[in-house]
Design a protein. Sequence first.
Length: 345
Amino acid sequence: MKILVTGGAGFIGSAVVRLAVSRGHEVVNVDALTYAACLANVAPVADSGRYAFEHVDIRDRAALDRVFAQHKPDAVMHLAAESHVDRSIDGPGAFIETNVNGTYYMLEAARAYWTAAGRSEGFRFHHISTDEVFGSLGETGKFTEDTPYDPRSPYSASKAASDHLVRAWRETYGLPTVLTNCSNNYGPYHFPEKLVPVVILKAISGQPIPVYGDGGNVRDWLYVEDHADALLLVLEKGAVGRSYNIGGENEARNIDLVRTICATLDELRPAARPYAEQIRFVTDRPGHDRRYAIDPTRICTELGWRPSVTVEEGLQRTVRWYLENESWWRPLLERDGVGERLGVA
């Protein structure tokens, strides 16, 4: 297929781009190159004849129309989004502009292209979303595709709104859409303001390792390359109009995850004292959801997918990657807001 990927210079988007090109697909990477994007993320495939880059903001409808007309994609994978909860607390406007308005422009550009091309039954618009739209769980239970939406942060509310738009464009206009909601991703090329890279980089620099609240918040951790594999599978074989929850089946409390990373660093780069001694509990994020957990039964039974990487193996790979790729992450520490405590307004 020829796949138009939005946000392909970001963390998850670049994993999709690299995997899709390696499997023989043609990829058009549409990215505005905002603060969290990095073209080095797609350097492994940048010289491939199956890869093209378009420096375009998804809020620019005229530019999107040009991209669709020029490249004539068979499918869209829409990943472009503002995604950092802390930043959404400090500046929610950017999340509404990109995640809500940007998704609207993408849907309209895709619909116009699809209609002009004869409403092909093979076309797909795959919208990639998050489990955060479902709100917070108690000590038991898991999110299914039928869990009611209950977003608690500006970020998750903006993603919930974009999910509703995608479903509306399917029901009202017949646009062939599929939708996925994923759990927390981690792995190589993760922008260094998210939990896993923050812990790694704070630890090896000898700085305090911040843990929000009591560290008891639970997340389901999904290795990013497993996620990319699932996303391509849903694009190729998922039922139109269907949504699929994608989880890593790796639940862990934040404090336990942090301690595992510290223990991994103790093994791979021993210091004078255990890295866990640098852990410091800090003021919690406002409205911090207590627990997320995904039930991936639908994608497992209907499409035959399961995560292949345990959180222990994935963290080992991830820590090793950061230790070996300082030339990638070091310049990113200079970008706006990175390293600062955000989201305490």
